[in-house]
Design a protein around this ligand. Structure first.
Ligand SMILES: NC(=O)c1ccc[n+]([C@@H]2O[C@H](COP(=O)([O-])OP(=O)(O)OC[C@H]3O[C@@H](n4cnc5c(N)ncnc54)[C@H](OP(=O)(O)O)[C@@H]3O)[C@@H](O)[C@H]2O)c1
Length: 325
């Protein structure tokens, strides 16, 4: 079968499509679900894995691909999954292939109203958004969430999950085109990153926001803290800008605010059943249409590397998805 592989840690340009053996129903850690993959999401971990810069460091050659959507080929007895069932699934890597294997804990029934492309946009970003907002952010209905990188994958997911929880959302983006994309994804308001603090104060009558979702890092942190209302929380999710910000903790006591780390994978992967509970929380939002993942562009399997280059060049709108079959 065909699989998108890293054979040397040379970044997106060095990625190849290889012919590899199909996975077995009995995996190294026991019985596993085999999924005939239709679509695979393109994500930041793929970019970092291709360069050997991710926290997981598999030995090349290995297959990329974190999120997939497709059809169950076979499933362990008692898993609740049936051959032929439409699913979305998530793993550390290895999904970008015609058939991929997953533990039962990380395979989810895909509601009929969502396409395979949308399914491939769902697991990592939406489960991260749910974990960030609910478990770490203690978001309440009626609160206001500011979302950095709001037109991206985690950004659009955060907008929709926050809406699902009855929050008001303010998108922050680098361009007007991305602002329009974030609004189309469901944001109530959108402001440009340049001068976002003042724009947010104006939109909130000087009060500030309750939660900041930050996937960008770098030099945004100080103004994010200044944008918080009393008891506000900054959720640290990623560092797409590259730099890791420092926090002067006196700012936290001045306004009774928090900076909270969000490591969804580290938490979810070691708690059996947790991801299924999260998915169950999101399914009603999918059925209501509040969760309707925006897919910015689709690519052929051979162009997985190009999709990563586009993401790295900050061109991605919503989730980028690669078609496998
Ligand atoms: N902690 C966790 O549990 C967790 C889980 C999933 C993902 N993540 C992390 O979240 C981050 C975002 O992932 P994503 O899938 O949403 O990525 P994405 O779709 O590419 O969106 C990231 C956004 O970051 C902004 N950005 C600012 N500076 C950038 C730069 N130099 N290069 C690229 N983008 C830049 C861009 O928005 P503007 O152009 O509008 O600024 C872009 O839309 C990644 O770092 C990922 O590893 C963390």
């Amino acid at each position: 079968m065909r699989a998108v592989q890293v054979v040397e840690l040379g970044g997106p340009e060095a990625i190849v499509v290889n012919d590899v053996a199909e996975p077995e129903a009995e995996g190294p850690f026991g019985p596993q679900v085999l999924v005939e993959v239709h679509a695979v999401g393109v994500s930041f971990p793929d970019l970092l894995l291709s360069r050997g810069e991710y926290q997981l460091k598999p030995e090349p050659p290995f297959t990329l691909g974190v999120d997939v959507a497709g059809v169950v080929r076979s499933a362990p007895e008692g898993s609740g999954l049936e051959p032929g069932q439409r699913v979305a699934a998530v793993g550390g890597y290895g999904g970008a292939s015609e058939v991929a294997a997953f533990g039962t804990d990380s395979v989810f029934a895909l509601p009929d109203r969502l396409s395979f492309d949308q399914g491939a946009a769902l697991p990592m970003n939406y489960l991260t958004a749910q974990f960030a907002l609910a478990t770490r952010g203690h978001l309440q209905a009626g609160e206001t969430v500011l979302v950095h990188g709001a037109a991206g994958g985690v950004g659009t997911a955060t907008i929709q999950v926050a809406k699902g929880y009855g929050a008001r959302t303010i998108a922050v983006t680098s361009t007007q085109e991305k602002a329009a994309y974030a609004k189309a994804a469901g944001a109530d308001e959108a402001v440009l990153v340049e001068g976002f603090k003042d724009a947010v104060k104006e939109l909130t009558d000087g009060r500030g926001v309750d939660v900041v979702m930050d996937v960008v890092g770098g030099d945004l942190m100080t103004d994010s803290l200044r944008s918080l209302a009393p008891l506000g929380r900054v959720l640290v999710v990623g560092f797409t800008q590259g730099a890791i910000p420092q926090v002067k903790v006196n700012r936290l006591l001045l306004n009774n605010t928090d900076v909270r780390g969000v490591g969804w994978g580290a938490y979810a992967m070691v708690r059996p059943g947790f991801m299924h509970d999260q998915w169950a929380e999101l399914v009603p939002m999918m059925e209501r249409g509040v969760i309707d993942p925006p897919v910015g562009a689709t690519y052929a399997l051979e162009d997985f590397g190009q999709a990563l280059l586009d993401m790295d060049a900050r061109k991605a709108l919503g989730k980028l998805v690669v078609h496998v079959r």
